[in-house]
Write a protein that binds this ligand. Sequence first.
Ligand code: SF4
Length: 310
Amino acid sequence: MEVWTANRVGFCPGVKRAFDLALRALSREKPVYFLGELVHNSQAVKMLEEEGGIIVTDPEDIPPFSLVVTRSHGLEKRIKEFLESRQVKIIDTTCPRVKKVQILAQELEKKGYNLVILGSPKHPEVRALLSFISQKALVLEKKEEWGKLRNFSPQEKLAVVEQTTFPREIKEEFTQEIKEEFTHLNLEVFDTLCAETEMRQRDLVESIKLHKVNKVVVVGGKNSSNTKALFLTARRLGIESIWVERVEELEEGYGDKEDRILVVSGTSTPHFSVEDVVKKLKAREASFYERKSADGSHHRENKCGEIHSI
Ligand code: SF4
C-alpha cells in the first residue's frame, strides 16, 4: 500500500485568512458572532464555537455594539449598512480575490458597461457582488439562459465577469458560443475566476496518473461544492473514491496491501482534518510491513520485501 497527499490541501488562501482573522478576534473578545458558517466544514465551525463563536443566520440576531465576523464570499451592502446602524463592529473577511471582482464590476459600471455575471444568483458571492452595483446585472447560471443575451442591442456595451468559483470549462464554452452566435454584440469577457479550485482539480487528475492511483480519499465538508467536484471527478475517471469529512468516517482497516491511495481536500477543509486522515492511512500502510517473530521481536519488511529488525 502507498499513500500520497495532493500538492494543495487544507484551506485555500482566502479561507485561511478568514479563519485566522476569526481566531484572532476570538482571542481578544467573546462572544464573537459569525454571520453564517465561516467555512463549509463542521469541524472548523465546531472549533470556532468552542473558542466562543456564536453562529447566526439572521443579522437581526446580532446584538447592537457586538463584534461580527463575516464570510470570505463577501457581505451584502444592505446587511453591512444594517449592522453599522446598530453599531456592530464588523470584521469583514471578504477574500481579496472576491473583493477584486467587486471593484472591477463597479469600475465597469462607471465606464457605462452593462454587467453580465456567470454564476449562481443564489450564491452569497454573487448576491454580495450584485449589492455593490446600482444597475440590474444579468446573471447567467445555466447554458439554457445564454440566449437572454439576444435582448441586448449592438449599441450597448457589455462586460462579462464570473463568480470566482464558476467552472472554467463552462466559461470557455460560453466564450466560444459568443464568438459563434452573438457576433453582433459589443461584449468584453473578463477573467475573474480563482485558480485555486481549478489547480486542485488539475492536481487530482495529474496525481492519479503520475502515481497510478487506484483509490482516492476526498476530505471535506458534505456541503462544500468544490469538495464534491473533486469526488465526482475522481469517480468519473473510474477511480474508487470515498468522501469523508473527518477521520472517524474512514473505516478501520480501509486500504489493501496493493492499494495506491491519493488524499485530496476541498478549499474549506482544515489542514488538521487532512493530516488525521493521512496519519490513519499511513498507520494502515505500515501495518502491512510489520511482522512479529516467534521470539517476540518486531521486524519491518520494506516495500521491496527486505526484512529489518525494529
Ligand atoms: S476559492 Fe479563491 S476566491 Fe474563494 S476564498 Fe479561496 S482563494 Fe478566495
